[in-house]
Design a binder for this molecule. Structure first.
Ligand code: NAP
Length: 317
């Protein structure tokens, strides 16, 4: 490890993993605090928000803003204060070398005093035909983000867990009708959510059913459903479909190092500090109650400020 530390790209105070809203905000804050920071991003600065056609619940943009433009603005602002962004650099591994944090990414090694993990999460996808084509065009993975676009329309939610049932309840306040499509005849969601949804006249349950195909013209128009008991297919006309079949945090590179919950989300304190001193987690990768751009941005600021304090203490010891 000592030899690896010598070969690493040093000189950075902070390494950030992930260029979504949390990572870019953390980078803005650390760079503005004159802490030399490098942000490692597997693709280009993006995150799940990048896919959103219009974001209406991020303050400051009363007419909405596209995910792409918002992320470009975050990137531009962070770079203005000196953030180094290395794109197409996928992180393979993080290790500790004494108090230094070592990151292996894109065939190189990086070392710094503090590390902020902001690598996000990815929604599980159905793998149904048309899913990729209509994502952002009637298919959404976030009801609280996109539900308002479907006012007075008929929409479907796929899944039977807490997220799906909460989404259905949320959408029933906005949409004209909500179909909840579940592959079994029993929900996995908490009983209290189940009874609310079962008693909601605007929610219709479609049991033992999977979505085989999503069809449309420019936007989603119909779902091809298949009953798993008798294999019969039918079409259901909807204006939108919310897929809520779980999500996975992007944390493979950190497993065994920082404490995570049962679903693999990183556990932090209220200042985004993980179980390892000097490693912080921000945004969707963190165990928390609401995963949105606004909360990711808040996490990024908190993690950066905590990293700054950590480095200050290290350097004055
Ligand atoms: P989840 O609990 O893993 O449930 C996923 C649901 O999607 C299950 O009903 C599952 O069906 C279904 N599913 C999975 N793969 C599918 C596929 N390929 N095709 C069709 N259906 C599929 O995920 P979640 O609802 O997102 O919840 C994740 C965690 O967050 C859970 O621990 C949950 O309790 C928690 N959460 C809590 C709250 C709250 O406390 N208010 C709110 C949201 C989430 P099966 O049931 O047949 O497996």
């Amino acid at each position: 490890m000592a030899e690896e530390a010598l070969n690493a790209m040093e000189g950075y105070k902070v390494i950030i993993i992930g260029g979504g809203p949390a990572g870019l905000t953390a980078g803005l804050y650390t760079s503005r605090a004159y802490l030399q920071t490098i942000l490692l991003e597997a693709m280009i600065p993006s995150g799940q928000a990048y896919m959103a056609e219009t974001i209406e619940n991020y303050p400051g943009f009363p007419d909405g803003i596209s995910g792409r433009e918002l992320i470009e603005r975050f990137t531009q602002q962070a770079k203005k204060f000196g953030l180094d962004i290395l794109q197409f650099t996928k992180v393979d591994k993080i290790e500790l070398a004494g108090e230094k944090k070592m990151v292996t990414a894109g065939g190189k090694k990086f070392s710094a005093s503090a590390l902020i993990i902001a690598s996000g999460a990815k929604w599980n996808t159905l793998g149904a035909a048309g899913e990729e084509e209509f994502t952002g065009k009637g298919i959404s993975y976030c009801a609280t983000c996109d539900g308002a676009f479907f006012k007075d329309q008929e929409v479907a939610v796929v899944g039977g867990g807490d997220t799906a049932v909460e989404d259905a309840l949320y959408l029933s306040r906005v949409a004209r009708k909500v179909f909840l499509i579940h592959r079994r005849d029993e929900l996995r969601a908490q009983k209290i959510l189940q009874s609310k949804a079962l008693g909601d006249p605007k929610i219709e349950f479609i049991w033992n059913t999977v979505v085989r195909k999503i069809k449309g013209q420019g936007v989603v128009k119909t779902l091809v459903l298949e009953n798993v008991k008798d294999s019969r297919q039918r079409e259901l006309a909807v204006g939108g479909v919310f897929i809520a079949i779980g999500q996975k945090p992007n944390v493979d590179f950190a497993s065994g190092l920082v404490e995570m919950n049962e679903q693999g989300y990183i556990i932090t304190d209220q200042n985004c500090a993980t179980s390892v001193a000097g490693i912080f987690a921000a945004g969707d990768v963190r165990s928390k109650g609401l995963r949105q751009i606004a909360t990711a941005v808040g996490d990024g600021a908190l993690a950066a400020s905590a990293a700054e304090k950590y480095i200050e203490v290290q350097e004055t010891r």
